[in-house]
Design a protein around this ligand. Structure first.
Ligand code: SAM
Length: 277
């Protein structure tokens, strides 16, 4: 059993509902040829059934006690434990040429949004990502343009992945129960990227700037980055507010801006060289 009390600062709410665990595994459908990365294995509730498929698994756990205890809990050499902070983990270092990784995690809710952005940085590494997180975050992830929860996270995700909302989980399935409802969902990176890495990088920059001042119209929110005339030249109305522009519109704007201001693309990400950018 646990070495101590669940640690609030690490967002520890351990799954203790066999039906939910079985449902998670049924949706993930692990196979012996899979290579998983599990974020926050905790006491191994999901780790054990994933490993039972014969798959390989890299577990990333920030809590030193839980990381130390995990090998005893899973009892297989196919599990490698990294006692590390997933927020700055280099996932590219785990993949080998020709292989795509599968991410699974009942995410610590206090850092689920920055974790998602960090995972997205490695989008070409993933075959798919199955995550459990707070219901409200799940709603933001899949919000439609015009909705007040539509924002930076929604656009960054839509440009890189498809999102399947799988099922909801109530607080009683965890120990201790969180104060929020949860949702389990799947992200599948677009098989053919919607745009080059440079264009996506420009999109990230513009989206972050515009939603940083979400009440301002694009012409003002993007001032200093993109001139109003260039927004118009891209075929986008500079009088729109950021939440009124759907992901396809952000892509259209970013494709134009990447051509006229290529210096806005940020280079030097940590993806392995063999991955297509
Ligand atoms: N997977 C377990 C389960 O479902 O019962 C535990 C899930 S619990 C919600 C979140 C887990 O993530 C905890 O084990 C916690 O220690 C770990 N964790 C929290 N922050 C982390 C971080 N930044 N990097 C890696 N693991 C983290």
């Amino acid at each position: 059993m646990s070495s101590g009390r669940p640690r609030k600062r690490f967002g520890q709410h351990f799954l203790n509902d066999g039906n939910i665990i079985r449902k998670i595994i049924a949706h993930v459908a692990p196979a012996a040829s899979d290579h998983f990365v599990e974020i926050g294995p905790g006491q191994g509730a999901i780790t054990r059934p994933l490993l039972a498929s014969g798959a390989r698994l890299d577990a990333i756990e920030i809590d030193r006690d839980l990381a130390r205890e995990l090998p005893g809990r899973v009892a297989t050499e196919r599990c490698t434990v990294h006692c590390a902070d997933a927020l700055n983990f280099d996932f590219g270092s785990l993949a080998t040429p020709g292989e795509k990784l599968r991410l699974v995690g009942n995410l610590p809710y206090n850092v689920s949004t920055p974790l998602l952005f960090h995972f997205l940085h490695y989008a070409p590494v993933w075959r798919d990502l199955h995550v459990m997180l707070q219901k409200e975050v799940g709603e933001r992830m899949a919000a439609a343009a015009g909705n007040k929860t539509y924002g930076r996270l929604t656009v960054a995700l839509a440009l890189r992945c498809r999102i399947d909302q799988l099922f909801g989980i109530s607080p009683g399935s965890f120990n201790p129960p969180p104060q929020v409802d949860s949702v389990f969902l799947r992200l599948v990176p677009h098989p053919v990227p919607l745009a080059s890495a440079d264009i996506l990088s420009v999109a990230d920059r513009l989206v972050a700037a515009a939603f940083g001042m979400r009440r301002k119209r694009l012409r003002n929110g993007l001032r200093g980055l993109v001139a109003e005339a260039e927004i118009s030249a891209a075929g986008i109305d500079p009088g729109l507010r950021p939440e009124q522009l759907p992901p396809a519109g952000w892509l259209q704007l970013s494709s134009h801006v990447a051509r006229v201001k290529p210096e806005l693309a940020k280079h030097g990400n940590a993806l392995p060289e063999w991955l297509p950018s």
